[in-house]
Ligand binder design. Structure first.
Ligand SMILES: Cc1cc2nc3c(=O)[nH]c(=O)nc-3n(C[C@H](O)[C@H](O)[C@H](O)COP(=O)(O)OP(=O)(O)OC[C@H]3O[C@@H](n4cnc5c(N)ncnc54)[C@H](O)[C@@H]3O)c2cc1C
Length: 500
């Protein structure tokens, strides 16, 4: 079987290339580092500091891989897909995705609102979502299986519904912000977002209370929502057809190069299906474990197994976010939105959107999703994952329902049909992504901290990570250096005003 390293390896995928690229990329940074020396596996193993494996290593269970991707959610899958696509000459077998829960019962993606928008204030966030938009529009073709024998293959349908996002401003400050954001969005290549005055809003959305609104920003195309599960399934099937290996397991320990200051990870022991441990000798590791990225980082750093942990943990916390599925009494006629774009209420930040499609005869079905982020002073990391077993109904009673009723009077007559909770992978520094090598483990790439917009950014994030790995540590398609880890180390947050 062909692997990256046995056929004309891209420079960055060979150990030498990796070391060179890491040294080069960080040379210009304030985090001082020396390029790591190339090490043959035998020398490396002598030098390695091993975190004591908790589980016995099974027999004949050492595997050489180019990229070990930890976390098989949209970010990990997109990374694997883009890596395999970038190295078409190879068969993908050097890429391994480790996912501890193939049912995705508690992954952020499957519990999310499935939204995508270009309405951000940072150019890079707009650009990432533009790529996401294009990817979703072409998903049926991009994710068509490589397997020629698979004649019965079902076409991937991510059910991208381009019904838009509507941001509303109720103050002069809010209006100025929407105008500034609109300029940024246009400069970034997004021309589908229109600013609407109160009259236009009333004409377009007759169910909306606009009495206190000064401006709206509406993305008519390119924004909306899609089925996260279908994207996960489609990416996984495609990756499988490209030769990517999937492992149902989780990392339990690692070995690192103790003598070189690059601190590279040499191997990762993965407990597979709670039975055997397989050792993966790695060229690089991608941390795509979402809200649990720090647990993975600790294992890679060797903490708890005699290692020293990290001076720079990832500032990402698992924070609970709730979604309520509601039904509105449709006998109220035109007062009930037939199709509501994802509408973000000013001040409260409460959002709602239609769920499901309109009826066969064009009638309103009256189903909506809604939610809100908790107030800053009560928003915190959760330690006990059982908290995800229930949504916070106090939030519905005290914040969401009053805001909905004010914005759409018909929502005075609604019923909560169901609710659930998931995790934001919340970057406590600036609520933006971190896409970079870790300064203390220079073959570990973080793709973390997307803080509630990682699903829509997963196509661009996966492409960016695969470029870092394959293109001498550089971004090629989009310059995403703004999402560096250096900003975290130097406490230089980048603020996005369009966080929902
Ligand atoms: C309520 C809610 C609404 C949201 N709405 C939106 C939205 O509208 N639009 C949007 O773009 N984003 C939204 N998000 C955010 C989005 O879901 C995340 O940003 C996105 O899922 C991040 O992708 P990921 O692959 O990093 O993480 P995940 O989707 O969480 O996937 C990570 C995977 O890693 C696995 N994993 C974790 N630890 C380990 C380990 N130790 N070993 C092996 N595997 C491991 C997990 O099982 C999981 O499957 C929302 C999130 C929530 C909670």
């Amino acid at each position: 079987m062909k692997r990256f390293t046995t056929i004309q390896p891209p420079a960055s995928f060979s150990r030498e290339g990796q070391n060179a690229l890491i040294g080069r990329r960080h040379a210009s940074r304030s985090i001082a580092r020396r390029p790591t020396e190339p090490a043959s596996p035998s020398v490396a193993s002598r030098r390695a500091s091993s975190s004591s494996a908790v589980y016995p290593l099974g027999r004949a269970s050492t595997v050489e891989v180019d990229a070990l991707v930890i976390g098989g959610g949209p970010i990990g899958l997109s990374t694997a897909y883009h890596l395999a696509a970038m190295h078409r000459g190879c068969d993908g077998s050097g890429i391994v995705v480790v996912e501890r829960d193939p049912t995705y019962a508690r992954s952020s993606a499957t519990l999310s609102a499935g939204g995508i928008r270009q309405q951000f204030s940072l150019k890079e966030n707009v650009e990432m979502s533009l790529y996401g938009r294009d990817f979703l529009r072409r998903a049926h073709e991009l994710l068509r299986s490589n397997d020629d024998d698979d004649d019965d293959e079902e076409e991937v349908d991510v059910q991208f519904q381009e019904h838009g996002y509507l941001f509303l401003a109720a103050s002069e400050g809010g209006r100025d912000q929407l105008i500034r954001n609109n300029k940024t969005q246009r400069l970034a290549g997004c021309n589908d977002v229109t600013l609407l005055g109160r009259d236009e809003l009333e004409r377009k959305f007759p169910w909306l209370n606009t009495t206190d609104i000064v401006l709206g920003s509406y993305g008519e195309r390119g924004e909306g929502w899609f089925d996260p599960w279908a994207l996960i399934r489609g990416l996984k099937k495609k990756c499988l057809s490209m030769g990517v290996t999937f492992v149902n397991g989780r990392p339990v320990s690692s070995r690192r190069d103790a003598e070189n200051d690059g601190g590279r990870v040499l191997s990762v022991d993965v407990l597979v299906e709670d039975r055997n441990v397989v050792r993966y000798n790695v060229n690089c590791v991608v941390n795509a474990a979402g809200a649990h990225c720090n647990g993975v980082m600790e294992i890679l750093a060797g903490k708890g197994g005699g290692g020293h942990g990290l001076a720079h943990p990832i500032p990402v916390e698992p924070r609970k976010r709730c979604i309520f599925f509601i039904h509105c009494n449709t006998s109220q006629g035109d007062l009930v939105p037939k199709i509501a774009p994802l509408t973000v209420c000013p001040t409260s930040g409460v959002y709602f959107r239609s769920e499901g499609s309109v009826g066969a005869n064009g009638e309103t079905m009256g189903n909506f999703l809604c939610g809100v982020s908790p107030r800053r002073d009560v928003d915190r990391a959760i330690g006990d994952m059982n908290e995800l077993d229930y949504a916070d109904h106090q939030l519905w009673d005290d914040v969401i329902w009053p805001a909905l009723y004010h914005r759409v009077p018909a929502f005075g007559d609604v019923k909560v049909k169901s609710s659930w909770a998931g995790l934001y992978e919340y970057n406590t520094i600036d609520q933006n992504a971190i896409i970079d090598f870790h300064p203390e483990m220079n073959n570990v790439i973080m793709a973390n901290g997307f803080s509630g917009h990682g699903l829509q950014q997963s196509p661009a994030a996966g492409r960016a990570v695969s470029e870092l790995i394959s293109c001498d540590g550089r971004f090629e398609s989009l310059d995403l250096s703004i999402f560096s880890f250096e900003r975290i180390c130097n406490n230089r947050p980048i603020f996005e005003t369009g966080i929902v």
